[in-house]
Ligand binder design. Sequence first.
Ligand code: ADP
Length: 378
Amino acid sequence: MAVVSEEQVLKALGTVQDPDRGSDIVSLGMISGLTVKDGNVAFALEVDPGRGAALEPLRQAAEKAVDALAGVTSVTAVLTAHRAPPKLGGDQGHKGHSHAAPAAAPPPRPAKIGVPGVRAIIAVASGKGGVGKSTTAVNLALGMAANGLRVGLLDADIYGPSLPRMMGLSGKPETSDGKVLRPLVRHGVKVMSMGFLVAEETPMIWRGPMVMGAIQQMLRDVAWGELDVLVVDMPPGTGDAQLSLSQNVPLAGAVIVSTPQDIALLDARKGLNMFRRVDVPVLGIVENMSYFCCPNCGHRSDIFSHGGARAEAEKLGIDFLGEVPLDIAIRETSDGGDPIVISQPDSDHAKVYRMVAARVWDKISIGGGRTPPRIVID
Ligand code: ADP
């Protein structure tokens, strides 16, 4: 049977005109959270709440356009109020049996589908780029592995995948059946990244909906095997892609990475609010580039008003997980493919990451009713 692609779906949706706005619904940026899985297509049509129910015919036209494609077995389109979280994924429903969501009262969220064999998925997120989110995700994952857990690392930062470089990995994941990819393994951690499939220098201009599709694929079509925890390096920021990811992936919790000045500027708060909106527990904040250690004399200076995240976390009632200084050794080791937890396991920084890792595991393993695995602390 023909396999339908996201491109084909978007092309079909591009033929549907919004009669009031004189253009098609794709060009108008109304499609969000597109997921295409085994012929099941789901997406949200973002509409102005004022137009609400009047757009039911448009929703039906969108469903019909996709339905006509070869290889489509079900289509679910929902109307969602502009900027409200779209209802997506999971329950793709029955062909032609979806309903418009009233803008004022969103329907209950569909059950999120877990990844078989993976006990907990956590997100590492930040309010904006460049705060050290990927560096933290990598060292946190390695810290968890060092603590005796079976760990996977998924690079969902597909705008700028940096995990292959930070984990010192290159090459392509292999497949034995043409369907499921085997993750690459380094330092005992299984890694999957868009960066393995596309060259690092290739400009990737991803549309929000495609981001979700790619991430769903990396979650479900990768042989993760048995894992205690899968660490997801989120795309930076709190836009639609991040929102639909947090909404569709069954996250046990999220770790927010922030620099002291960024929390002061409220960027990190946006991250907190986003997870709260979609009922994902925020496990705590890691303050990165917290203070500066002079590589020559070891002198410590607080260039970014150190301590901001701890104070802010207290104010917001969120756990403060730890602080990591701005240190050239952290940059060199992660940019060189042997992050500090691996290359300098006895350093203070490695200890901080292992401690953060232990705190995070503590929080997700309690409450989930899981038996904790052995944690080796030497
Ligand atoms: P993000 O994922 O938030 O965009 P990255 O983790 O890619 O940020 O970090 C951006 C740059 O800053 C990288 O070159 C990284 O090595 C460096 N970096 C991150 N954290 C630290 C730190 N604590 N000390 C020194 N350099 C750091």
